[in-house]
Design a protein around this ligand. Sequence first.
Ligand SMILES: NC(=O)c1ccc[n+]([C@@H]2O[C@H](COP(=O)([O-])OP(=O)(O)OC[C@H]3O[C@@H](n4cnc5c(N)ncnc54)[C@H](OP(=O)(O)O)[C@@H]3O)[C@@H](O)[C@H]2O)c1
Length: 245
Amino acid sequence: MNSGTRLALVTGCSRPEGIGFEVCRQLAQQNITVLLTARDAAKALALAAVLREQELDVSGYALDIASAQSVKAMARLIDERYGRLDILVNNATGSTQSPAPASAADLDSAQQVVDVTLFGTWRLIQETLPLLHKSEAARIVNVSSSAGLHGDPVLGLSGQWAGRPAYGIAKAALNALTAKLAAELRDTDIKINAVCPGLTATHPGMAERGARPLAEGVRGIVWAATLTADGPSGDFYRDQQLQAW
Ligand SMILES: NC(=O)c1ccc[n+]([C@@H]2O[C@H](COP(=O)([O-])OP(=O)(O)OC[C@H]3O[C@@H](n4cnc5c(N)ncnc54)[C@H](OP(=O)(O)O)[C@@H]3O)[C@@H](O)[C@H]2O)c1
């Protein structure tokens, strides 16, 4: 990596159809060096190899954000090899919860969702902040969802979609964490925003139900990851449009 090249870390990149993989591709296309990570090292290595075949500067690593040990090891590796981090995209999310309304949700499963989506992301931000402070213009993107908004009448917190409440609750908490960190980092060069990709075709059948193509959903995440110095911090965006949450 040249000294002028930016370095990005993206979490939750275990599938070629997933948002994380496409974020890595679009960032690397901007000549950014990308660390593509997934819980399963073999998947991360294989997906990074696919992007390297496209002459993109992408390396694969194992990273489980629910594991303090794994997160610390990743931060140490970045410190030793690169000495700083410019972009952190927190794309990983917990989603093992079975469908049930909040009144009947299985709380062990709900806790797992919150542990990954909120505390895993929080842990990774804490561990990488010293490296992000070494960047001249660090950007953090928390990939969020309309499920964590009050304003979405269908998928949102007060919407008609009762299933998997822990997901929306965890994303609402992630939005709150975004605001808290932005306030704390107000006088630094670090910007942090939450971004919803919108309904994006990451699983079979989703396109038929109106989900947008992967490249389109990811564009707003890459925008927030590459904001210029006059860009916003502490907000929630979809398609580069500010959303009330
Ligand atoms: N697709 C949509 O329409 C849509 C809409 C709004 C928001 N989003 C958000 O977009 C992001 C990506 O979603 P996606 O649709 O691309 O689905 P996805 O491929 O299932 O992405 C979730 C990723 O999180 C990973 N993950 C789970 N637990 C982890 C942990 N402890 N440590 C590290 N990684 C972990 C999963 O890895 P494993 O394979 O190992 O479980 C997976 O790679 C998520 O934050 C999601 O909430 C998606």
